[in-house]
Design a protein around this ligand. Structure first.
Ligand code: NAP
Length: 293
């Protein structure tokens, strides 16, 4: 069994970007600039955004963090996005989800300019991805592709089972693993909460992507010998022994599943850091795309 080490691969992506940013600086070119919007004080969202902003600073990107109150009217939020859309120094815009209940998520996603949509959630970005056109890929699926690529995991002709069909993880990774490219060329089965024979389907999988948000859901009896297991899940569980008061669990029962796998991602330290690396890659691409425009 080999660990797919997201921390290590993410660091190598960042080191590479850092060098490229330095070169741009020396050439006197504009530096990549990510603008993040955080609404309210959701603990997990605060942590994710802080980590994204810190990562930008570490590699020499510019970053702007706009903190807005939980009761901000949707219209005011859209005005803020419009300002960032029109700011030529801003290359990428992300609005941290989930949003307060009174704000329509789709409205917000669609208000971001497609060429600044570094989260890849805009319907035009998704449509382009589905058609195999150049597009910003959503960060978590893109991070998974980078990880598979780094370890040269064979995907062609494999049966990939994706558990979960959300717009941010399950659905896009199912499309990307099915594309005619590397990583890709898998035969993909997508499972969800109405899939009756999940265990039997998982037992047929060469690659399992667990993205359902149910801690330690995937157990050894659901995984065949030699499978590749990618654990996307992040659930905070109360843990009084920790200073933070919680520990993070994935969707895979790691201790029992790992011995059966050829490759497996740990949680934490697997897909999580890769998501941030992918966001940085998207922001970089958004910036350099302007060089030729
Ligand atoms: P989500 O929007 O809640 O979607 C969960 C999906 O799993 C849904 O499609 C749901 O089916 C399916 N599902 C739920 N229970 C199931 C069950 N018992 N059997 C089969 N399918 C089931 O979640 P998400 O946003 O995709 O996130 C999934 C997990 O990944 C969460 O733990 C989240 O925190 C984590 N995550 C991690 C990263 C990272 O960077 N590592 C990034 C994003 C998300 P239905 O469609 O039928 O409801």
């Amino acid at each position: 069994m080999e660990m797919l080490d997201g921390k290590l691969v993410s660091q190598s992506v960042r080191d590479d970007l850092k060098k490229k940013v330095e070169a741009r600086r020396n050439e006197g070119k504009k530096l990549p600039h990510l603008a993040a919007i955080l609404i309210g004080n959701n603990g997990a969202s605060e942590t994710y955004v802080a980590s994204k902003v810190k990562s930008c600073e570490e590699i020499g990107f510019r970053s702007t963090l706009l903190r807005l109150p939980a009761d901000i009217p949707e219209e005011t939020l859209l005005e803020h996005i419009d300002i960032l859309n029109r700011d030529s120094d801003v290359d990428g815009i992300l609005v941290q989800l989930p949003l307060p209940a009174h704000i329509r998520e789709q409205q917000v996603i669609e208000s971001i300019r497609v060429d600044k949509d570094v989260d890849g959630f805009h319907p035009e970005s998704v449509g382009r991805m589905v058609q195999g056109l150049p597009a910003f890929l959503p960060a978590t699926p893109y991070g998974i592709l980078l990880l598979l690529e780094h370890y040269k995991v064979e995907t062609k002709g494999k049966h990939a089972v994706v558990i979960g069909r959300s717009n941010i993880v399950g659905r896009p990774i199912s499309i990307l693993l099915n594309r005619n490219d590397y990583p890709g060329n898998c035969t993909v089965t997508v499972c969800h909460s109405h899939t009756p024979n999940l265990k039997e389907i998982c037992l047929q999988a060469d690659i399992i992507i667990a993205a359902l948000g149910r801690p330690e859901f995937l157990t050894a009896d659901m995984v065949r010998e030699g499978a590749v297991v990618i654990d996307v899940g992040i659930t905070r569980m109360p843990d009084p022994s920790r200073k933070s008061g919680f520990s993070i669990r994935g969707d895979v029962h790691f201790d029992s599943v790992a011995p059966r796998c050829t490759y497996i991602t740990p949680v934490p330290g697997g897909v999580g850091p890769m998501t941030i690396a992918a966001l940085l890659m998207n922001t970089w691409k958004a910036c350099i795309a302007k060089d030729t425009n």
